[in-house]
Ligand binder design. Structure first.
Ligand code: HEM
Length: 261
């Protein structure tokens, strides 16, 4: 246990760190790194939908039951903490920079910056709105039609596979996902490279490699996430019903022979 004077000095150190601009930049970079890690993991998990109902539902069941049900809450708290800190430090940095700029420039220097960096705050706000909507859509499941879906092969568990496919039957929702995830990717195309910059890893030598890596991850996430609503909306990925047959016909490719379900 820390004694009171030790606690006071720890609080002072943390406060000094938060009040410094480099401290906040480091918080933005490290929480950004955690969030990119979450996105890659979430996308990989979502892609199990192409393996069929059983694999995706097994994975969702595992997530909800790991560490006797505590695992998902530990994970949620970690992600929520990273998300809140990322936003709070960014907003504080923007305010700090604005108040430090006591003289306005005669011409707007942001004109030379790439569009993705100029709209960082707007793309970031859209991601916040998207995440809130998405949690109501697939985690809290405010739509009773989605909330009541049961896995036909194991009615004791929720049918995440059927829910995702049913959830993307509405073209307005699909459009919202396309716009929001595209803006998220615009945010990432600039944000990932900035993480390396803040951590002091972007040098003349590594600049091109980092830019390519940032774009590679961004494109991977864009295709990986949007492939699902896109293929559902076009009728290529559908719920053919059926139980827990190992490989039911979940992905129907036009022209291909129908598989058993
Ligand atoms: C089309 C792409 C996506 C699909 C199909 C999808 C699917 C899902 C599903 C099915 C769940 C609920 C899992 C469960 O409770 O069993 C979920 C939760 C979640 N998703 Fe997504 N997701 C997508 C994109 C995203 C994106 C782009 C983000 C972040 C910007 C995101 C963030 C989250 C968060 C934070 C949760 C809550 C996790 C929890 O606490 O349960 N998702 N997603």
């Amino acid at each position: 246990m820390l004694k009171k004077p030790q606690m006071n000095s720890l609080c002072r150190t943390l406060l000094r760190f938060w009040n410094s601009s480099i401290g906040k930049k480091l918080i933005v970079a490290l929480t950004g790194l955690m969030l990119v890690g979450f996105l890659l993991g979430h996308m990989a998990g979502n892609l199990l939908i192409f393996q069929g109902r059983e694999d995706l539902n097994d994975y969702a069941e595992f997530l909800h039951h790991m560490l006797h049900g505590w695992g998902i809450w530990i994970f949620r708290l970690g992600i929520l903490g990273a998300f809140v800190l990322h936003i709070a430090a960014t907003v504080s940095l923007v305010r700090q920079n604005r108040s430090a700029r006591d003289t306005r420039y005669a011409c707007d220097t942001t004109v030379q910056a790439p569009a993705s960096s100029r709209i960082m705050i707007w793309s970031g706000l859209t991601v916040v709105a998207f995440v809130i909507f998405h949690i109501f859509h697939f985690t809290i499941r405010v739509d009773p039609a989605l909330a009541s879906m049961k896995d036909p092969g194991d009615p004791a568990r929720h049918d995440v596979f059927g829910m995702v496919i049913k959830g993307f039957q509405n073209p307005a929702i699909v459009l919202f996902y396309i716009v929001a995830i595209s803006l998220l990717c615009s945010h990432l195309s600039h944000g990932i490279a900035s993480i390396f910059q803040t951590l002091g890893l972007r040098t003349e030598k590594t600049r091109v490699a980092i830019r390519n890596l940032a774009w590679g991850i961004t494109i991977l996430l864009w295709i990986g996430f949007l492939s699902i609503p896109f293929l559902v909306a076009t009728g290529t990925l559908k719920d053919s019903g059926g139980g827990s047959a190992v490989h039911e016909s979940s992905l129907s490719i036009p022209g291909a022979p129908a598989s058993k379900s």
